[in-house]
Design a protein around this ligand. Structure first.
Ligand SMILES: [Zn+2]
Ligand SMILES: [Zn+2]
Length: 308
């Protein structure tokens, strides 16, 4: 699992600071979280390619998180036969996309499935062969969703010595057992995968949590994630503004991540009022609360190691 930081800004794109968006790659498959104005530019710079982008998750209907969607949809349409696209997001997203497609006369020839959160929606928003994506409402000035992406569990570690003891010769039968299939040895004995595999191992967990005040729901979403991108619009000196605008300070973001025992915290969605040199203060404050915290950097690629 690799995370690509496309931007770390909040509110508006600025010279040298693009809007908050993260792409995640799992075994070649790409998942995009939010697409504000201009997101297609860093997407191209990082050579992510659109062929394997089949899912976009949208946090909320504020301009700095969705105005880049039309461009991304058109760009994807330039490929021959791009295949269907799923977009997850808040109520109202389907109407937004429908209207913008009609008003801009966008010619999109591939199917788009839009799945909106609703009160009785399952916590599991999306599932494919590689990951589950969960969504959870946060607390912002408009309805806003946080996302948690979990790789599926992996089979336990294979014990070749044990397999040989059970009469399995090295070769294709080893592979079948590793893939969880029951096999028959040349002597006619049946061997179950559980006899030669250790306990199942968990996959990697990533959280994308932007535009919220500190809340219980955020801590639950962050629960022991391997990596979490958490909004931190303000420095603690501006806590009053954070409260009023329904955002967090660096200290609040780090506090939530520390409470949830997140492994690695990356702050993003920084207010345009802070200059680049002030980002160090965000990092210092966060690190005084969560030892493995930093401000995400644009263009940064973070490989998340397997937990075992
Ligand atoms: Zn925002
Ligand atoms: Zn917002």
């Amino acid at each position: 699992m690799e995370c690509f930081v496309l931007g770390i800004g909040g509110m508006m794109p600025m010279p040298g600071r693009r809007l908050s968006s993260v792409a995640v790659r799992v075994e070649g498959q790409l998942y995009l979280f939010d697409g504000g104005e201009g997101t297609q530019v860093p997407y191209k710079e990082l050579h992510l390619g659109l062929r394997s982008l089949d899912l976009i998750a949208v946090s909320h209907l504020h301009a700095d998180h969705v105005l880049g969607l039309p461009g991304l949809l058109m760009l994807r349409g330039q490929m021959p036969d791009p295949g269907p696209l799923t977009i997850l997001g808040p109520p109202g997203l389907a109407r937004f996309i429908r209207n913008i497609r009609a008003d801009l006369r966008m010619h999109i020839r591939y199917p788009i499935e839009i799945k909106e959160w609703s009160k009785d929606a399952d916590r599991l928003a999306y599932r494919d062969a590689l990951v589950n994506i969960f969504w959870q409402p946060l607390e912002h000035s408009v309805f806003c969703l946080g996302y948690r992406m979990e790789e599926h569990q992996r089979p336990g570690r294979f014990d070749p010595d044990r397999a040989r003891e059970l009469g399995v010769p090295a070769g294709p039968l080893f592979g079948q057992l590793q893939r969880g299939q029951t096999i028959t040895t040349p002597q006619g004995t049946t061997v179950e995968p559980t006899e030669v595999l250790g306990p199942t191992r968990r996959g990697r967990h990533m959280v994308f949590a932007t535009d919220t005040i500190p809340c219980r729901s955020l801590v639950e979403l962050l629960d022991a994630a391997d990596i979490a991108f958490v909004e931190s619009m303000f420095l603690p000196d501006d806590e009053e503004d954070a409260r009023e605008k329904k955002h967090m300070t660096a200290a609040q973001a780090a506090g939530a991540a520390a409470e949830a025992k997140v492994q690695q915290l990356l702050l993003f969605h920084i207010s345009p009022r802070y200059e680049r040199r002030e980002l160090k203060r965000f990092a210092d404050i966060a690190r005084s609360i969560h030892p493995n915290a930093n401000v995400a950097k644009e263009g940064q690629i973070i490989a998340i190691p397997l937990p075992d």
